[in-house]
Design a protein around this ligand. Structure first.
Ligand SMILES: Cc1cc2nc3c(=O)[nH]c(=O)nc-3n(C[C@H](O)[C@H](O)[C@H](O)COP(=O)(O)OP(=O)(O)OC[C@H]3O[C@@H](n4cnc5c(N)ncnc54)[C@H](O)[C@@H]3O)c2cc1C
Length: 408
């Protein structure tokens, strides 16, 4: 089959981009290594702004019928138990949702199929197909057999693994992991109803909230050094480090794991290149990994999937031309920086406090006395200070001038 766009990875970025493209009449192939539904390491806090995306994508009814919990506030707790509250309503809409990624990602993927997207599950992408400066597609392996998939536009939506973009540059091969995250679904926690609780502790932080079926999701990050010291045992890390936070010691005292523990490691947060080669666009975490304490990674995945699709659709009649593909990359790059640059910078600044309990405690104390500061900081982790909407366009000349992403 011939495709206009092929997408690697069916997380929220890949599936949402596929839906937008297919509904605009483009022929799309979406390739995913796992078979859905599958569990995924994530806090499973779906920020209120995602609701608009669910409506646009036509999945809001399926999401609601899965019975998510309503999360009306996020409460940040310092190690000593001081707290500051951010209402979900500050981000638009009454509440955030607590829903497992097994359900959410499956709903989005099935919707993509309904919209006419060709989906390959259980197919692992190994590398991009490269011709000089151009990416022409990717290679996959299914049951040991290699296949090639080619299209004018390829999207890397493989999350933090960045399977395609990483392979373009030998210098960007994986380095040693600095951080490890663990996640499990728990019973018998004392997390406050309708709240997502964030706990700071030495060398990391974690979140506890309720998902469908009144189960709690505990997801936490800690330095790789500490994990090694605790024999890579997530329960031991939880009891000896996460529960150093006074509130966590209370809410997790009787907790029992309901699922297996999942783990993941990575080297760094922040932005990568949104358009690393002609013919290749990176979306979701493959383009930038925003700090989980913002609770906005899935939002950025949905937004960047929509943004990439919007730019490609704008050039839909000229995708066979290399010059046009260069414009697609330049426009996406420029609009990406305008939309996400400032929130990535602010998250990078807040990160310094997130991994330092004394600074986190100070931040919580200051924010708890100033609602104005709280509002400003919370909103700065979401919206662009430029307030750019997707419908706004940018001239190719202007796009060319804004090539580089700001470094953190
Ligand atoms: C500890 C932690 C907690 C978090 N908590 C939250 C939260 O509460 N709320 C929130 O909004 N965000 C949270 N995030 C961030 C959120 O998980 C990500 O931002 C989001 O999943 C990004 O979506 P994506 O589609 O870009 O990538 P992913 O969701 O990672 O999807 C990538 C897909 O690509 C597939 N893939 C990977 N490699 C290959 C390959 N070789 N071949 C084929 N397919 C492949 C994967 O199987 C996966 O399905 C958290 C992140 C972490 C690490």
């Amino acid at each position: 089959m011939h495709f206009d766009v092929i997408i690697a990875g069916a997380g929220p970025a890949g599936s949402s981009a596929a839906i937008h493209l297919a509904r605009n009449g483009l022929r799309v192939l979406l390739v995913e290594q796992k078979k859905f539904p599958r569990a995924k390491l994530c806090g499973e806090f779906i920020s209120p702004e995602c609701w608009r995306h669910f409506q646009n994508l036509g999945v809001e009814e399926s999401m609601i019928s899965a019975g998510p919990s309503a999360i009306t506030e996020t409460v940040f707790y310092s190690t000593r138990g001081h707290r500051v509250t951010i209402p979900s309503s500050w981000f638009g809409g009454p509440s955030a949702l607590g829903l497992s990624r097994a359900v959410m990602d499956n709903v989005l993927l099935r919707r993509a199929q309904e919209c006419g997207v060709s989906v390959l599950e259980g197919a692992s992408i190994s590398e991009p197909i490269i011709d000089g400066q151009d990416v022409l597609g990717f290679k996959t392996k299914i049951d040991g057999a290699e296949q090639e998939h080619r299209a004018p536009v390829t999207m890397d939506a493989t999350g933090r693994a960045r399977i395609l973009t990483r392979k373009l540059n030998a210098a960007q091969q994986k380095s040693k992991a600095k951080l490890i995250a663990f996640k499990a679904h728990l019973r018998n926690t004392c997390v406050a109803e309708n709240a997502c609780e964030i706990y700071f502790y030495p060398e990391g932080y974690g979140g506890l909230s309720t998902i469908e079926g009144e189960i709690s999701n505990l997801c936490f990050i800690i330095s790789a050094k500490q994990v090694r010291r605790h024999h890579s045992d997530p329960e031991m890390v939880m009891r000896e480090l996460v529960m150093k936070n006074r509130r966590a010691a209370y809410t997790l005292a009787q907790a029992e794991a309901e699922s297996e523990w999942l783990s993941a490691s990575w080297e760094r947060f922040g932005p990568q290149l949104p358009s690393p080669a002609r013919g290749l666009l990176a979306i979701g975490d493959a383009a930038a990994f925003i700090d989980p304490f913002t609770g906005s990674g899935m939002l950025m995945a949905l937004e960047s999937g929509e943004l990439a699709a919007t730019v490609v659709v704008r050039h839909r009649d000229k995708l066979a031309s290399r010059a046009s593909l260069a414009s697609v990359g330049a426009e996406y790059n420029a609009e990406y920086v305008r939309k996400f640059g400032s929130r990535l910078r602010i998250s990078g600044l807040l990160r310094r406090a997130a991994f330092n309990p004394r600074l986190a405690g100070l931040g919580i104390a200051i924010c708890s006395v100033s609602e104005q500061l709280r509002t400003r900081l919370a909103r700065a982790t979401r919206t662009s200070t430029h307030g750019v909407g997707l419908s706004e366009t940018i001239s190719p000349a202007k796009a060319q001038r804004r090539k580089a992403l700001p470094r953190l």
